[in-house]
Design a protein around this ligand. Structure first.
Ligand SMILES: NC(=O)c1ccc[n+]([C@@H]2O[C@H](COP(=O)([O-])OP(=O)(O)OC[C@H]3O[C@@H](n4cnc5c(N)ncnc54)[C@H](OP(=O)(O)O)[C@@H]3O)[C@@H](O)[C@H]2O)c1
Length: 330
């Protein structure tokens, strides 16, 4: 079968590799579409722990079950499925266990014609989604769902600020929070991305590249019950000032690195809660898929590239030019 293979830092190519055979408990899926996450870009750039080449990247995928291994109900064959990329979470809802992994490293990923995974990782595709939308959903949808609801406990009517709306996870958070009845504001480096977020239902947005944007925002009377961030770095300190006393800041990434200071006095005086979040448990996955089906959430797809142009899909994410998920059709 054909797969996208990484043989060294930034060395991507289409390779002919052996087709995976499903072992006991597994199903083999013919992928119809896959999607990229920033994780794939970190892996391509060699900035991810535990890389041993070659790597077959890709955490997001949707397709049709083609065959099953021993012990799997043959009725799975022919089903249209999405793949849960969160492997080996364990039975603790509070945190994943030590041997938790994400599909696409170390396990062979979704940028391939075929994949074999335990059948427990498969869920029937919500019927309102087409293939690119279904492929766009898994990793970013799961991360957004756990951060918003399992960790930050976002309630209808609460005011939330979602930073960096160009991020795939942030955009799902926008759609989920609106569906839940929250009042959503966003930040972005791009005024046109803010305008597109408003068209999707955000109440407003702020350009984080304008100096003093947090002061202006606070002067306009804005503070937020929940702030969701994946950038960190210098800007994290400013988010503390925008949180309503008693509010929560939930974060799942550190694109800009660690914050240089943690303003402890302002955090304890304002009774703030800092919440880390990563991916999601099997229960989060099931709840997320049900939520998407119930509210007919349609993932925003920024662009669809044919398999042979996968390098352009990576380049689009590396440039930060996307709004929504970047999908590769198979
Ligand atoms: N822990 C987990 O389970 C988990 C899961 C998924 C992602 N992540 C992490 O979350 C981050 C985003 O991932 P992704 O796949 O959603 O990325 P992505 O789709 O590539 O989005 C990147 C976006 O980050 C935003 N950004 C960059 N610098 C920023 C800043 N200074 N302030 C605010 N936003 C900024 C930009 O938004 P604008 O274009 O709007 O400026 C950019 O478009 C990465 O660090 C990733 O590793 C973690």
């Amino acid at each position: 079968m054909r797969a996208i293979q990484l043989t060294a830092i930034n060395e991507l190519s289409i390779a002919e590799v052996p087709a995976p055979q499903p072992v006991r408990g597994e199903a083999r899926v013919r992928l119809m579409a896959a999607a990229l996450n920033h994780r794939d870009v970190w892996i391509k750039q060699g900035q991810y722990a535990g890389i041993t080449y070659p790597v077959l990247p890709g955490s997001d995928g949707a397709g049709i079950v083609e065959s099953v291994g021993l012990g799997v109900d043959p009725q799975w064959i022919g089903r249209e499925v999405v793949i849960n990329p969160s492997f080996g979470w364990g039975d603790n809802e509070h945190a994943q266990r030590e041997h938790f992994t994400i599909l696409g490293l170390p396990r062979a990923g979704t940028l391939a014609e075929l994949i074999a995974v335990p059948v427990a990782q498969l869920t029937v595709k919500p019927s309102h989604l087409d293939w690119p939308e279904a492929a766009a959903l898994p990793l970013a949808g799961l991360t957004a769902y756990r951060a918003l609801f399992s960790r930050a406990q976002l309630k209808p009517g609460e005011k939330i600020l979602i930073s960096g709306i160009g991020s795939g996870v942030a955009l799902f958070a926008l759609q989920f929070a609106i569906a839940k009845g929250a009042v959503v504001y966003v930040t972005s480096s791009s005024d046109s991305k803010i305008a597109r977020a408003i068209a999707l239902g955000a109440k407003g947005g702020f350009n984080y590249t304008q100096s003093g944007w947090t002061k202006t925002t606070a002067q306009l009377g804005h503070t937020f019950d929940v702030i969701m961030d994946s950038a960190g770095g210098d800007g994290f300190d400013e988010l503390v000032d925008l949180t309503t006393p008693g509010g929560r800041i939930v974060f799942f990434g550190a694109t800009r690195g660690n914050p240089p200071v943690l303003p402890m006095r302002r955090i304890f005086w304002r009774q703030l809660t800092l919440l880390g979040s990563t991916m999601g448990s099997p229960a989060d996955w099931t709840s997320m898929i049900e939520f998407v089906a119930q509210y007919k959430v349609e993932p925003v797809v920024s662009a669809v590239f044919p398999f042979t142009r996968a390098a352009e899909a990576f380049a689009l994410i590396e440039s930060g030019g996307q709004f929504g998920k970047v999908v590769i059709s198979l």
